[in-house]
Design a protein around this ligand. Structure first.
Ligand code: HEC
Length: 197
């Protein structure tokens, strides 16, 4: 196979994993509370509606074990993979089982290596506090960090999110500006060669 084909194959598989993981996350885990109607005018309320409806928190809010099973740790809402949580090597892929996820739902291993969900809170040092609205929109449209950096890894569903209007992406950003800032430095992703050792 040519290099390009291999790359395309990895991308294709990654897209499937992202879609499956996204669906599984919504199905497996408790919802964060439904809102009545779809607010259209106030960007912050609309952003909250979109973030909750699209389940950003299923991956970006760490899950903890509660009395009735896993539940989102709302003291760390949307703050990404907890920095203090060190993980052992991921299990190697076996047969059709291609990816694995930590119990927090914030660390994902697969053909892309290991990815850790980002801190979306307004903390200036470790979250999106210094991002501009334009950088946020460019990131989700291009699938690249700040619109021009490294490619964003699965299972971040940017290939789906990129289809939203500018207005909706800006509303998401407006809402994320209003949530409590959590200082949490998410680790850099691991390349495939380092994922299982
Ligand atoms: C299925 C899990 C999942 C869902 C759902 C999800 N994300 Fe992510 N997201 C990730 C992962 C994993 C990363 C880190 C990827 C990486 O390091 O390349 C990430 C990274 C990001 C980043 C950081 C990109 C960067 O360049 O630093 C932003 C912004 C983001 N997500 C926003 C969102 C928003 C907004 C939603 C909901 C509309 C959402 N995510 C839903 C998994 C998810």
């Amino acid at each position: 196979m040519k290099r390009g084909n291999v790359r395309a194959g990895v991308r294709w598989r990654a897209a499937i994993v992202a879609a499956a993981a996204y669906a599984a996350a919504g199905w497996l885990l408790a919802d964060e509370g439904a809102q009545a109607g779809a607010p259209a005018t106030d960007p912050v309320r609309r952003g909250e509606y979109i973030v909750k409806g699209m389940g950003c928190g299923d991956c970006h809010t760490p899950y903890k074990m509660g009395a009735n099973g896993p539940e989102p740790d709302l003291t760390r809402m949307l703050s990404g993979h907890p920095e203090g949580m060190k993980l052992p090597p991921a299990p190697p892929p076996s047969g059709p089982w291609m990816a694995s996820v930590a119990a927090t739902m914030t660390a994902w291993a697969g053909p892309w290596g290991v990815s850790y969900t980002a801190n979306l809170t307004p903390d200036p040092e470790t979250g999106l506090g210094r991002w501009t609205e334009q950088q946020f929109v460019d990131t989700l449209r291009s699938g690249r960090h700040l619109g021009r950096g490294r490619e964003i890894l699965p299972p971040m569903p940017w290939p789906a999110i990129r289809n939203m209007t500018d207005e909706d992406l800006k509303a998401i950003f407006a809402y994320l500006r209003t949530i409590p800032a959590v200082t949490n430095r998410v680790p850099d992703p691991l390349p495939p060669a380092d994922a299982t050792k």
